[in-house]
Write a protein that binds this ligand. Structure first.
Ligand code: OAD
Length: 233
């Protein structure tokens, strides 16, 4: 059984990482367009740097929750037959034990050099414009995909969706493309589709099945079902 799982901010919500589309429409007090666009970075780089520096530092205060742990178990059950794609820029999947995570929107713990275009692990601040360890140019930016930029590893993701037997979307509002279109892609190629989300997403009617509740409860229960199926139970 080949499975593609897509996770969004809802999978990290119970760890204490705020989702993007809270009731006030702000992301940690900022409008998304003020901190998550290339234009924002051109006009106010220090605001953008300080915002992501704070998000990076905040990783130290959060821990994986049972949803992340269950998805790491799913990787052990399915091996290469699982493609785990996340829109999240935190490292909670990895800390829970997932070894192969496709971070389509980039990672907080990575920097991207605008000089030599290299991506590199990064755990420090960027607001003081450190030089790139590779080319020496002081043009390091957060390695996150902003609105208007192309997400990472789209070829690999589309290939996995094409061959999937099951596509599962967890904790995402289905409002941001291309991720919001994955359910459609998967269905086109014959996959069964399942949504696990606190509330019905924008695209909930596109799924064969939609379950509502917190990811920390729904995901372990679903992985138990997969384990039972694999063992013939
Ligand atoms: P959103 O904040 O748009 O949506 C989070 C979803 O998680 C909502 O549908 C909630 O109902 C659901 N949710 C909240 N708590 C949950 C819980 N405990 N268990 C299960 N579900 C829960 O976040 P994303 O869909 O991830 O992109 O946002 C997609 C992209 O928009 C982000 O990656 C980011 C953002 O702008 C970029 O920065 C490029």
């Amino acid at each position: 059984m080949r499975v593609v799982v897509l996770t969004g901010a809802g999978v990290s919500a119970e760890s204490g990482v705020p989702t993007f589309r809270d009731a006030d429409g702000l992301w940690e007090g900022h409008r998304v367009e003020d901190v998550a666009t290339p234009e924002a970075y051109e006009y106010q780089p220090s605001v953008v740097h300080k915002f992501y520096d704070a998000r990076r530092a905040a990783l130290a205060d959060v821990e994986p929750n049972p949803a992340h742990v269950a998805l790491a178990r799913l990787e052990r059950l399915l091996g290469d037959d699982l493609t785990l794609v996340t829109q999240n820029i935190d490292d909670l999947h990895e800390r829970a034990g997932s070894g192969h995570v496709v971070h389509m929107h980039g990672e907080l713990l990575s920097a991207l050099c605008r000089g030599c275009r290299r991506r590199m692990p990064w755990s420090d601040v960027l607001h003081d414009y450190p030089p790139c360890p590779h080319c020496g140019v002081a043009e390091l930016r957060p390695d996150v995909v902003w609105f208007g930029e192309i997400p990472y590893e789209m070829d690999r993701i589309l290939e996995a969706l094409t061959g999937a037997d099951l596509f599962v979307s967890i904790g995402t509002s289905g409002m941001v493309y291309p991720a919001a279109g994955f359910v459609h892609q998967a269905r086109l190629h014959g996959a069964r589709t399942l949504e696990l989300n606190l509330a019905p997403s924008e695209g909930t009617t596109l799924f064969h099945e939609s379950r509502q509740g917190p990811a920390g409860t729904l995901v372990p229960a679903w992985v138990d079902e997969v384990a039972a199926t694999l063992s013939g139970g």
